[in-house]
Design a binder for this molecule. Sequence first.
Ligand SMILES: [Zn+2]
Length: 305
Amino acid sequence: MRTKEIGKKLFQIELETGGFKNLICSYVINSPKITLVESGPTSSVPNLVSGLNELDIRFEDIQYLCITHVHLDHGGGAGTLLKLLPNAKVLVHPNGMPHLINPSRLWQSAQTVLGFVSEIFGKPEPVSKERIIPISDGTFDLGNDAKLTVIETLGHASHNLSFQESYNNGVFPGDTAGTYFPEFDVVIPTTPPPFRLDMALASLTKLISIQPTVLYYSHFGKATDAVQLLKDYKVQLELWAKIAEEGVKNNWSPEEIRNRIVNEDKVMSKTSVLAFIRSHRIYSKTVLENCIRGFVEYAKHKQLS
Ligand SMILES: [Zn+2]
């Protein structure tokens, strides 16, 4: 089974991108106007399709495809998927829209930043402009009193959205709330450059203020105790930022900054978590290289300004 019922009218689809389990998932809100959250990458669109078939979803009934942001692992597959969904419109932040219409620059920069990981995700196909609803805040009627609320949550990228569904008072934060590791029930920052700490913290405050009950992480899965997780993530981001700023001020090497973060962060310092990340082909690159670099570059920028 690729799909799992995780709440009222709500299903999770394991995308198993590149053969990796518990890495990326999409969600289906089975409201009268059927809504998907995250296409995931191009390479795993066939797995998403098999999940939709498993749920007996008629493709013509899908009305909305919500993309939290256009990074390849979240919205890369939108163009490929939309060819199969005749009536669906894509909800995306206005700043992300140009990259859906013409993904060539996004693909180039992903190849530079992510290297082999971009090949695992696959090259995005363009989305035609008529199929996009650019939005940064607002509410959609999903039929029978069900609602989808769009919340602008910048910081991880300059165009992040979170979505709130009314059946279970759950929020899909994309990468706004970090990466959740269901194997260990812990969260780790997802903060590649150009990361904006100030915006990320403000976005978390915004999500806390709406008091969600559940979070549905794109990486990976459902977690309860949503408000506590969001508060803890703020504290964790502040710790990483403090170490990065101290490191930049004292000219520590990137390795020294990384070691300090690994030692001082109470999640990263767990031997089992660290061993898992170090041995993971994707997370070893994203967490231990890109996410730490996001803090270092933010700290450097802050020092100059
Ligand atoms: Zn991501």
